[in-house]
Design a protein around this ligand. Structure first.
Ligand code: ARG
Ligand code: ZN
Length: 850
């Protein structure tokens, strides 16, 4: 394969397609290494076009023949596509190509996984299937015929006809090529049905390989039906085909894909049973099923004009799935979970060499921009818009969006215009959220005088790659005021910060209040609010806003850790007392108490130290975390067993939020207890566990204190037949390894017969865990850096997408001391110097090195 010099693509260069497609007929003759794809495409010149050049994307295709209006032609073929002379009037382009799904290890285009044919076309995979204008603003009606000696043959839309060894599908909704999908295999379906509010009976199927997986579909099906109902109830959007299929695939680069009528899922994102999946897995599955289903309206019915607009569908769809999970499982805990993810991953990305705007201005490989910034910060922007225009304004704007843009390939400008038209607000400044990278920092000072409370907010967004200067943003800051007794005296209101510095006055107060700022995490900013431990403890005890209540505890813990890392300082008693009060408060939801008890991650602490202008030492951070955990366990010694017992869930396992919350708290407590009881309770829980949540938590608690070797072996014996459970077994050992041991443990696991780099889940189990074990990854020997680099170099030749994604483990290299910096740079240099490194990985390494 030859690699053309990597080309940068710019948003500003967008031009409309030269030709539009009315319809496509595809015939697939499936064969592992010699699949034939016959395409019949009805083109017409686009009246809006600026050029008449006819170019079809196509990569790694063997062209057998081509014709225009029935006359054979010989196009000019390059490694990226073909050109050809075409008429000025509508015409039919036909081609036949050969492709090899069996050897497609990149898992993009048509590939095979465990004997099953499947596709992944977003973003630009369709061009590896046939010659086509593979861009989202070319939308067409697809008819697909599949021939293959397999019992189940699926594609988008509704089934038309089928016989022995063939099936035909027709999708009446015009769609871009990235939403095309095909599946062929020996599969069985978990079937159900749903009647839409418009009275349409929809057949629902989850397709899996025969065997154990058949018993892991019920939960996903329930989540699908709940999602369909929710989108009707909350957004007024009904499903629009007679059938909705989900297929579970073991080898998949991402979580799942919203292909029209045929969603394809990483099996880890759909299959679950009490015995094999944890509460966290159940919640993730519910959210991903909802996410992909919601794309039917926000993504498929309204798609993106070009890939720079990715956040148009992803930010909105993430926001919708977050709302859904909040409705299903409780909004307070969901908001906290989302903020934890955003701060841990998006703030990290936004503060390093990979920072990019939610709508990037350029890219080399679009797959590198399926990021937490596009997705999660993209969702935060929707949340801010909703806060600014209110629930009614949001509803009006969304109705207008669906009305005005159904069937369109739209842009962020279109999106913002519906908000302006529906609510009359001027969003010119707000639009900067899409264009400006970096996490704004909002600093708070206050003053009280004569009944007037003045809050002064200062905003600053740091420079990011390519964006040295930043303008002031439009930031909704939710604020409430409490009196000294903890009573709320001014309920939450939204302050709109639009200037670099702005003062807001609250009048007629009896005394100086305690301000609760950025309630509900009303904007994705870093809040710089100097408070004493006593003030933080006060808010932890009294804030009426659950997010800020939790966040006060978090800030307190962060301060404590910071002091311990810096000068071994003994934690303030206010911290332990605050934790104990929350832990013992039976009126509080166990899920919330579990969140308060969860310390910031070691990487969070490193980030906080960087924010404070220091060089973090991962080893010292690890030690501080360990020491603090032990001290918490000792301080709460008397309380822990009581809470643990109270959190026992009796009866058969159910994954509902209430029992999951109890288990979450029980298992946090168990981890603490293990630090002082030598693992006695954890071993008992392991022995009794009848579900994966309890089993895995017990095993983790044991491994974390250097025990549990027998359990680890027993676990392997028990679960060696189950790939998804074995991923946990691989990952947990790396997560729980001590810092000096982490690289060895990971290396040993790569030699295990069940390790394979061809399966992204398995590769991520080991190497995602290596990144997550911050002290182990950053062990000063550099052993983990070298191990990861070795494996990424090997993986790149097979699967560039997953390699490029995992190379981001190195994106914080500039934070650290020169020893670690040198070693990380050397590892990155070694990757960069690999002959014929993929475009994906080349772009990422180049950006990381800066
Ligand atoms: N649209 C999918 C989702 O968010 C993600 C697919 C991304 N795939 C990729 N190769 N970049 O649901
Ligand atoms: Zn999505």
């Amino acid at each position: 394969m030859q690699n053309a010099a990597p080309q940068t693509i710019y948003l500003k260069d967008y031009t409309p397609p030269a030709y539009l497609v009315d319809s496509v007929h595809l015939t697939f003759k499936l064969a592992p290494t010699t699949t034939r794809v016959i395409a019949r495409i009805a083109f017409r010149p686009n009246p809006q076009a600026q050029s008449r050049e006819f170019f079809l994307h196509g990569e790694q295709l063997r062209l057998i023949s081509a014709a225009i209006d029935g006359q054979p032609v010989t196009p000019d073929v390059t490694p990226t596509g073909l050109t050809c002379a075409v008429p000025n009037t509508p015409f039919i382009f036909e081609s036949e190509v050969e492709i090899s799904p069996q050897t497609n290890t990149a898992l993009e285009g048509l590939y095979m996984s465990n004997g099953m044919y499947c596709t992944q076309c977003e973003a630009e995979g369709f061009r590896k299937i046939t010659y086509y204008p593979d861009r989202p603003d070319v939308m067409a009606v697809f008819t697909v015929r599949i021939e293959g000696d397999l019992p189940v043959l699926l594609s988008n839309g509704n089934p038309v006809a089928k016989g022995e060894g063939w099936a035909e599908w027709h999708d009446p909704w015009p769609k871009p090529a990235y939403l095309f999908a095909l599946v062929g295999g020996n599969l069985v379906n978990h079937a159900d049905s749903f009647t839409t509010m418009e009275g349409r009976d929809v057949a629902l199927n989850i397709w899996v390989r025969p065997g154990d997986d058949e018993h892991k579909c019920a939960f996903g099906m329930g989540a699908l039906k709940a999602s369909m109902k929710w989108d009707e109830d909350v957004y007024g959007r009904a499903y629009d085909l007679d059938i909705f299929n989900i297929v579970a695939v073991d080898d998949f680069n991402m979580g799942a894909m919203e292909n029209k009528g045929l969603n394809i899922f990483n099996s880890s994102a759909v299959l679950a049973s009490a015995e094999t999946a944890t509460d966290a897995n159940f919640e993730r599955i519910e959210a991903i099923i909802a996410h992909e289903y919601f794309h039917n309206w926000t993504g498929n019915r309204i798609t993106c004009r070009d890939w720079f607009q990715l956040c148009l569908k992803e930010g909105l769809t993430v926001f919708r799935d977050q709302q859904f999970t909040g409705d299903m499982r409780g909004h307070a805990a969901k908001r906290i979970d989302d903020a934890v993810v955003l701060r841990a991953h998006q703030f990290r990305e936004d503060g390093g060499p990979l920072a990019h705007p939610v709508r990037p201005a350029s890219f080399v490989e679009i797959n590198n921009f399926y990021t937490v910034t596009v997705y999660e910060k993209g969702a935060e922007i929707i949340g801010m818009l909703k806060r600014l225009v209110g629930d009614d304004g949001y509803k009006k704007a969304l109705d207008l969006y669906f009305d005005r843009h159904d069937g369109d390939a739209a842009t962020i400008e279109d999106w913002l215009r519906v908000f302006e038209d529906a609510t009359g607000r001027d969003l010119t400044q707000f639009a900067l959220w899409y264009a400006q990278a970096g996490t704004p920092r909002v600093t708070v000072t206050d003053a009280f005088d004569n009944g007037n409370y003045q809050l002064t907010l200062t905003q600053m967004t740091p420079p990011t790659p390519g964006q040295p200067e930043k303008a002031a943003m439009h930031i909704p800051v939710a604020v409430g005021l409490l009196d000294n007794a903890g009573k709320e005296i001014v309920p939450t209101r939204i302050l709109e910060l639009t200037e670099p510095v702005q003062t807001f006055t609250f009048e007629g107060l009896a005394g100086k209040p305690v301000a609760s700022i950025l309630r509900g995490f009303s904007a994705p900013v870093i809040l710089d609010h100097t408070q004493t431990n006593a003030q933080r403890a006060f808010l932890l005890a009294h804030d009426t806003d659950p997010f800020n209540r939790w966040d006060a505890g978090r800030a307190l813990a962060q301060d404590v850790l910071h002091d311990m890392v810096r000068d071994d300082k003994v934690p303030d008693a206010a911290f332990f007392d605050g934790l104990a009060a929350v832990l013992r408060d039976d009126r509080l939801d166990p899920a919330f108490r579990a969140l308060v008890l969860g310390l910031p991650s070691q990487d969070d602490t490193a980030q906080a130290l960087v924010d404070a202008g220091q060089t973090p030492d991962p080893t010292a951070i690890f030690q501080a975390h360990e020491a603090l955990g032990l001290q918490i366990a000792q301080h709460l010694q008397d309380t822990l067993p009581r809470i643990y017992a109270q959190m026992a869930v009796t009866g058969p396992y159910t994954p509902d939020a209430k029992s999951a919350g109890k288990r979450a708290l029980g298992n946090r407590v168990l981890a603490l207890m293990s630090k002082i009881d030598g693992g006695r309770q954890a071993a008992a829980q392991y022995a009794e566990a009848d579900n994966m949540t309890q089993q895995l938590a017990a095993l983790g608690a044991l491994l974390n204190i250097g025990k549990g070797l027998d359990e680890l072996t027993a676990f392997e014996t028990q679960w060696q037949h189950d790939r998804l459970v074995m991923d946990k077994w691989f990952g947990l050992q790396v997560t729980c390894a001590g810092p000096e041991n982490t690289a060895n443990v990971a290396a040993r696991l790569t030699a295990h017969p069940a390790f394979t780099m061809k399966n992204p889940n398995r590769f991520r189990a080991v190497f995602g865990a290596l990144k997550a074990n911050a002290a182990g990854f950053h062990d000063p020997s550099g052993a983990s850096y070298d191990l990861l680099a070795d494996w990424l170099i090997k993986l790149d030749a097979l699967n560039p997408q997953t390699t490029a994604r995992m190379v981001t483990s190195f994106d914080t290299w500039k934070r650290y001391d020169t020893n670690r910096q040198d070693k990380m740079r050397a590892a990155l240099g070694r990757i960069a110097g690999t002959p014929s490194l993929s475009r994906d990985t080349t772009e990422m390494v180049t950006r990381i090195l800066g």
